[in-house]
Write a protein that binds this ligand. Sequence first.
Ligand SMILES: [Zn+2]
Length: 224
Amino acid sequence: MFWLYPTYIAPIFNQFKPLGNVELKTKIDNLLKRTGFQSDGVFVMDGSKRSSYGNAYFTGIGKNKRIVFFDTLLKGMNDDEVQAILAHELGHFHHKHIKKHMISSFTISLLGLALLGYLINQDWFFHGLGISHPSNHIALILFTLTMPVFSFFIAPVNNYLSRKHEFEADAFAAKHANADDLVSSLVKLYKDNAATLTPDYLYSAFHDSHPSASIRINQLKTYK
Ligand SMILES: [Zn+2]
């Protein structure tokens, strides 16, 4: 899928054009050189076809990695802000956050399936939930319905790690691009997404995968 997706599957749903802005392209090439990142090209996707949501991402593996910007992201940002956003994403890559996230979600899935394998043979699991005739498909349905009650308590751990990764990616961006540019791009993104700048501290600690705007911006200002 890593090989097929960028070249054959994604273009079925969206149009990808090589980045046309020469000045921005030069800045990006320099950033990639500075950070030792190899890429197969920088593309712009017509995300505006569906919504105003803006994003940037990588696809592929090895030297075949493509960098993709949504046209909606490029529209509101100046070149330095786009560079800062890309530097943040490269920070995630540099710190191997994607790999770590995959390993932890595969591990959690495996543990979940092991638990399901155990419960499927326990009469109390079915009877306790009001089912008198146990079967494999009922076990799957009961498991899917009851899991959120327990996984609810795993979410804050995941979110804590995710927020830690965001700070690491921000620090990388401040080092290889510019902290001020990342701050101004974040303010624009928060504005576009109509996100609150001052969420409740406890709510945020439990539910948020990204640090709140004020905390994140204050941290970025210390890197100057
Ligand atoms: Zn991030």
